[in-house]
Ligand binder design. Structure first.
Ligand SMILES: O=C(O)C1=C[C@@H](OP(=O)(O)O)[C@@H](O)[C@H](O)C1
Ligand SMILES: C=C(OP(=O)(O)O)C(=O)O
Length: 431
């Protein structure tokens, strides 16, 4: 892909339908459950992107047999009943948070020595809360530089289990990783959340995917205490929904252009919290229609809103782009943890929205976005797929928007710009 992508403004409202690729979050969970299951699982609707390829490659290196077909969308995986076939491996996970957090927990079930590393940014992303909780359960995990970040080592000899507390205010992925490994521990696992838990909807995804593979996690109403019996997993035939975070860009395109976009394959009963992004657009003035397997947003004149996005924080950048076209300010609250993701997303978003003409007040845990006279600009993307996909939306109405390093969308959506052009081609000039 070229090193820049020049966004072409549309001639009118975008009207059309799209089916995004499979959910990254569900794909990486299903791969772990299938690998730990006893027998052969069939996964369909699998996402084929950088993050899922790192997970797949790691499982193959660890000795799990699999067959990939249908351009990566279907995987037959032979689970090893809670064992890890390899006794040693040095695994590279790029900047995939789910891959390193879920694999670190999973590898404690094995026997041998395993090292996990990633790109420079991954070496700045905290993992100490997961390491501490795993060691409370009897594992031996350590950060190589003793700085709470990858690279890390797992000296595996089975996971004894028992009780542990885990902090959840930086990432919910630590809890999800512990839950995913727990059914294969030597004894039942009881986890207590120490303090606040962010991104709670992703823990519900974990619980639902585990259940589909025969393992139950009792979470209670507030996810403060989670119990998992050591039942193991059973092989399953599991269909993966399209990615709701990816869907946010197309719903936002309808909002920004005053069009009507239907995302297929995602209905009101989706297990992904990010489908609730449509509620933000509805509060801004859009119309939302839902059916069993589709969600449609119809744009309208937009007003700014004040919203707590802790549970849907992967759509913060999407809302930031939409906010530039609203009457009045949009306040995004309670998302301080996104400073630890692919980049410091609060700082990066504030900087690039200002470059495009927005006026932004930044705080430690959120931002206030005031629409201003927009201008074209060459925007930075910080090797963050969601910066690239969100800021491209501004270019649908503002000419001169250029996205640097568009290839970074490969982390979760390699064909994003092709799909955006496809839906934009449905833009019909006002009659
Ligand atoms: O569990 C998951 O699949 C994810 C959890 C979220 O991370 P945090 O829990 O760190 O917010 C989200 O940002 C990420 O894209 C995927
Ligand atoms: C934060 C994200 O992913 P991860 O934490 O899995 O790297 C994301 O996809 O926005």
């Amino acid at each position: 892909m070229d090193d820049v992508y020049r966004v072409r403004p549309v001639a009118g409202p975008i009207v059309g339908a799209v089916r995004p690729p499979g959910s990254k979050s569900i794909t990486n969970r299903a791969l772990v459950c299938a690998a730990l299951a006893d027998g052969r699982s069939t996964l369909t609707g699998v996402l084929d992107s950088d993050d899922t390829r790192y997970m797949l490659a790691a499982l193959q290196t660890l000795g799990f047999a699999m067959t990939v077909s249908d351009e990566g969308k279907t995987i037959l995986l032979d689970g090893a009943g809670g064992r890890i076939p390899a006794i040693e491996a040095d695994l590279f996970v790029g900047n995939s948070g789910t891959t390193i957090r879920f694999l670190t927990a999973m590898l404690t079930l094995g026997a041998g020595g395993f090292r996990l590393d990633g790109v420079a940014r991954m070496r700045e992303r905290p993992i100490e809360d997961l390491v501490a909780a795993l060691n409370q359960l009897g594992a031996r995990v350590r950060c190589e530089a003793e700085n709470g970040c990858p690279p890390l080592w797992v000296h595996a000899n089975g996971l004894p289990g028992g009780a542990a507390s885990v902090r959840g205010d930086v990432s919910s992925q630590f809890l999800s990783g512990l839950m995913l490994a727990a059914p294969c521990a030597e004894a039942a696992v009881e986890l207590t959340i120490d303090g606040v838990l962010v991104s709670v909807p992703y823990v519900e995804i974990t619980r639902r995917v585990m259940s589909a593979f025969g393992a139950e996690a009792s979470t209670g109403a507030d996810y403060a205490r989670i119990k998992v019996a050591n039942t193991g997993y059973r092989a399953a035939h599991y269909g993966i929904e399209p990615d709701a975070s990816a869907a946010s860009y197309f719903w936002a395109a309808a909002a920004i252009t005053g069009g009507r976009v239907t995302v297929q394959g995602l209905g009101a009963d989706s297990i992904q919290g990010d489908v609730r992004f449509v509620d933000c657009l509805e509060q801004m003035g859009c119309r939302v229609e839902s059916s069993d397997d589709s969600l449609t947003v119809e744009g309208a004149s937009l007003r700014g809103i004040d919203v707590d996005m802790n549970g849907i924080s992967d759509t913060v950048q999407t809302l930031g782009a939409v906010a530039l076209f609203a009457e009045g300010p949009t306040t995004i609250r309670n998302v301080g943890h996104i400073r630890h993701k692919e980049t410091d997303r609060i700082a990066a978003l504030a900087c690039e929205l200002r470059r495009l003409g927005g006026m932004v007040e930044e705080s430690e845990t959120g931002l206030v976005i005031h629409p201003g006279p927009l201008r074209g600009a060459e925007v930075e993307t910080y090797d963050d797929h969601r910066m690239a996909m969100s800021l491209a939306l501004v270019g649908l109405r503002q000419k001169g928007v250029v996205i640097k390093d568009p290839g970074c969308t490969a982390k979760t959506y390699p064909n994003f710009f092709t799909d955006l052009e496809g839906i934009a081609s449905g833009a019909c000039p006002p009659v």
